[in-house]
Structure formats: structure tokens, C-alpha cells
Design a binder for this molecule. Sequence first.
Ligand SMILES: NC(=O)c1ccc[n+]([C@@H]2O[C@H](COP(=O)([O-])OP(=O)(O)OC[C@H]3O[C@@H](n4cnc5c(N)ncnc54)[C@H](OP(=O)(O)O)[C@@H]3O)[C@@H](O)[C@H]2O)c1
Length: 169
Amino acid sequence: MVVAATPSGVIGCDGRMPWHLGSDLVRFKSITMGGTLVMGRKTFDSIGRPLPGRQTIVLSRDAAWHHPGVVVVNSSETAIEAAERLGKPAFVVGGAEIYQLMLPYVSEIWSTLVWSAAVGDTQVPTMTADFHLIQACRLPQTDRDSVPTELQRWVRKNSVPKAGVPIEL
Ligand SMILES: NC(=O)c1ccc[n+]([C@@H]2O[C@H](COP(=O)([O-])OP(=O)(O)OC[C@H]3O[C@@H](n4cnc5c(N)ncnc54)[C@H](OP(=O)(O)O)[C@@H]3O)[C@@H](O)[C@H]2O)c1
């Protein structure tokens, strides 16, 4: 799972993220490149296209919804089956409905803590209760970022971190 949230759990406002974090977009790309993104239909609509270098699975209950280059599924079970068929590391990338739905199946969380007081209309509760913090790094605000951030990597208790791509923090 990959998520960016404020300390109060805000992740979105009016269908987008209420901050600009160029550095975090670069980290998101490094973490997910070559893998499969699992997202809700509303998050896909806010992005508007499949992201390059990654497969895209979109959850929707609308049997008529489709988009070129996207695998559409209608449940957590079919999302997992589709991700397994694609055979690449899979990342749950939101939004709030899909984080909640898929959390039981997630082994790692890459969480960007966004030091912003932004008010939003989409929030997530604390999702890390069953996870250990194994890596954390405070990141100063750069000229590409509207606020400072902290990148955290959480691994489900009683599991070991996956050997993954090295991420430049
Ligand atoms: N900060 C971050 O890291 C981050 C990441 C991603 C998104 N966001 C933000 O989050 C907001 C969107 O989040 P959201 O919670 O409103 O929407 P969402 O989770 O992106 O998508 C919700 C949609 O997913 C489908 N869905 C939900 N549960 C399902 C199930 N059990 N089976 C099949 N389909 C299911 C439905 O699509 P249909 O209506 O088509 O049936 C539902 O309307 C935006 O503001 C976005 O910018 C933030």
C-alpha cells in the first residue's frame, strides 16, 4: 500500500490531493514502477489515465465501466486474483474506500506523513495498528513541495520486509 495523509488522516479534497508534493510523486514512481496499481474508480478518474510503466487494476461496481489499458474488477477477491495473474508486485494506491477494503491483504505500507493542516473531504483512519515501523525519514520541504513530509515504511507484524527496489528517500 502507498498512501499520503496528514496527521489527522486527510488524503483528499474535491477528488484530488490538497497539497503539491513533487518530491513525493517521484518517490511514488520509484516505489511502484514496474508493478501493478490497485485503485478505486474515483482515484482513477482523478488521475485520468493509466500511469506509464505500471499495470492498472480499477475497482468498480459499475459493470459498464471500462477504460483502455485498465483491468476492471468488482471485489477485493477479483482484485487479488487479477494482481496475481499479472505476476508483478501489487500496490494498493487508494482512495479511502479501497484502502479500507484492501488493508487486510496488505503486507507493507509506504506512508507519507504530510505535515499540513489541510482540510479535506476524504480521510482514512489509522491503518498501521497491525504493522511495525521499520524505516522513517523526515524530508525537508523543497521548492517542489508545498509542505514538509516524513516517509515511513511499515511491515505487517510477524512478517519480514520484502526485498524490494531501493528507494531514495
Ligand atoms: N493522499 C493519497 O495518498 C491518495 C491516494 C489516492 C486517492 N486519494 C484521494 O482520495 C479521494 C478518492 O477516494 P474515495 O474513497 O472517494 O474513492 P476511491 O476509493 O478512489 O474509489 C471509490 C470507488 O471504488 C469502487 N469501489 C469501492 N468499493 C468497492 C468494492 N467493494 N467493490 C467494487 N468496487 C468498489 C466504487 O466505484 P464505482 O462508483 O464505479 O462503483 C467506488 O465509488 C480523492 O480525493 C483522491 O485524490 C488520495
